[in-house]
Design a protein around this ligand. Structure first.
Ligand SMILES: Cc1cc2nc3c(=O)[nH]c(=O)nc-3n(C[C@H](O)[C@H](O)[C@H](O)COP(=O)(O)OP(=O)(O)OC[C@H]3O[C@@H](n4cnc5c(N)ncnc54)[C@H](O)[C@@H]3O)c2cc1C
Length: 392
């Protein structure tokens, strides 16, 4: 098996978590190799809703102009408000506020959104290669690099630290996280996303629908401009399995709802249907650091259990990983002992919000009648609207 020179950092996966970590570490002068099984731009199953906090983080890393250009080209569609429908059809509408630093929220298809950050990482000095990572390379119980397939050739590449940013099906997490600590179905979801080309949208407004069949979960219509919308639905995996549901059938049922059907201009031309899984950040005792390795984004499992939003959290985790790894490389120590402060930082930043969101999802939104009562007390500045607004 061929071997290459040792790198400071290998980042597996160049989605928002991986590319943000790569940007930060390259900007700090480290030698970063980013590997992804796809070239960019590439699609990813997602609702494409990007909260203002993520856009502000991009601006801090020098991407403000790239975002502006994407908006000018019509690739990022700006949002003003959200509406959430209860099982009985009551509607809660709330205006999206600008972020603390003036950022806006957008619907940005991942084809465009991810490419902006991946490009920024390369321009900051990270090297990108297309490769399918098979597993972390482990010697004496410590991660010392990765085993990856480049165009059919399998190579071992050594690094001081490996970042697992390879999403929900992470090869890094699967190998490193003990079986009993992996996600259980009650902290996971399945979701389907498609694009619809002939829907009369509510301009600049994202729509969430909570109804009997979909709870605990929701269906969405996220406008992308010119009668184009990202449309989809998702629900908790344990309930989905128990009810023996079928996501494509559920999408058809959603399109048949009168409030949707009347807005389809030519009968609902759907394309690019994709299904994928989500791992919530509400499961206790998840280990994110190992000797020589650390997990970020969906590979760690940082999705909000109420909204299904994970992009902003992926980028927050990247920011914390960047700081932790920079410190560890300067100290010359990438053992778990040296980097486990990352877990503390993540806990402080996310845990309270994750548990609160899980509580609402599990105990309030599981049952349509309770959801309706909760809804009748929900206010524009209340906890439900706020969570959806912040973690879209
Ligand atoms: C249907 C659906 C709708 C969603 N809607 C929203 C939404 O509207 N807003 C929101 O904020 N979040 C949403 N999410 C969650 C969001 O998609 C994720 O939280 C986000 O993509 C996490 O980013 P990431 O970088 O951690 O992982 P990913 O975006 O999954 O990136 C992982 C990268 O790793 C690469 N990779 C994987 N395995 C390997 C391997 N073995 N070797 C090399 N490369 C590999 C992949 O090609 C990919 O580029 C949704 C999720 C789903 C499934």
């Amino acid at each position: 098996m061929e071997q290459e020179q040792e790198r400071d950092v290998i980042i597996v996966g160049a989605g928002p978590a991986g590319a943000t970590t790569a940007t930060i570490l390259a900007q700090h002068g480290h030698d970063v190799l980013m590997l992804d099984r796809f070239d960019f731009p590439r699609d990813k199953a997602c609702g494409d809703a990007i909260p203002a906090g993520a856009i502000e983080l991009m601006a801090r890393l020098g991407m403000a102009e790239k975002v502006n250009q994407a908006v000018q080209r019509g690739e990022f569609y700006p949002l003003d408000s959200i509406r959430i429908y209860s099982p009985k059809g009551n509607m809660l509408q709330a205006r999206l506020k600008e972020g603390a630093e003036g950022g806006r929220s957008y619907v940005a298809p991942r084809m465009y959104f991810d490419a902006v950050i991946q490009k920024q990482a390369e321009e900051s000095g990270a090297e990108f290669k297309r490769a399918l990572v098979k597993a972390p390379w482990i010697e004496d119980g410590r991660v010392v690099g990765v085993q990856a397939q480049f165009n059919g050739d399998v190579k071992n590449i050594r690094s001081k630290i490996v970042v697992g940013a390879d999403g929900v099906t992470s090869a890094i997490t699967r190998t490193l996280r003990p079986k009993e600590m992996q996600h259980v179905d009650s902290h996971r979801a399945v979701a389907l996303r498609a694009y619809i080309h002939d829907i009369e949208e509510y301009p600049h407004e994202v729509e969430f629908y909570l109804y009997d069949e979909i709870l605990p979960g929701y269906a969405w219509v996220f406008p992308a401009g010119k009668n184009l919308a990202n449309i989809g639905l998702g629900m908790r995996l344990d309930v989905f399995r128990k009810e023996n549901y079928n996501l494509k059938q559920m999408l058809q049922n959603f399109l048949e709802l009168p409030t949707i059907k009347k807005r389809l201009l030519r009968g609902g031309e759907i394309e690019n249907i994709r299904t994928w899984q989500l791992n919530f950040g509400s499961q206790k005792q998840l280990q994110h650091t190992y000797d020589g390795a650390l997990l970020v984004g969906d590979a760690a499992g940082f999705i909000n259990p109420l909204t299904g939003g994970g992009i902003h959290n992926a980028m927050i985790s990247a920011q914390m990983a960047g700081k932790t790894i920079d410190d560890a490389l300067q100290k010359g120590d990438t053992s778990r002992e040296s980097i486990k402060i990352y877990e503390k930082r993540i806990h402080q930043a996310m845990w309270k919000n994750m548990r609160r969101s899980y509580f609402i999802q599990r105990w309030v939104l599981r049952f349509p009648s309770i959801a309706d009562i909760f809804f009748s007390y929900a206010a524009e500045d209340g906890i439900l609207a706020k969570t959806f607004l912040e973690k879209l």
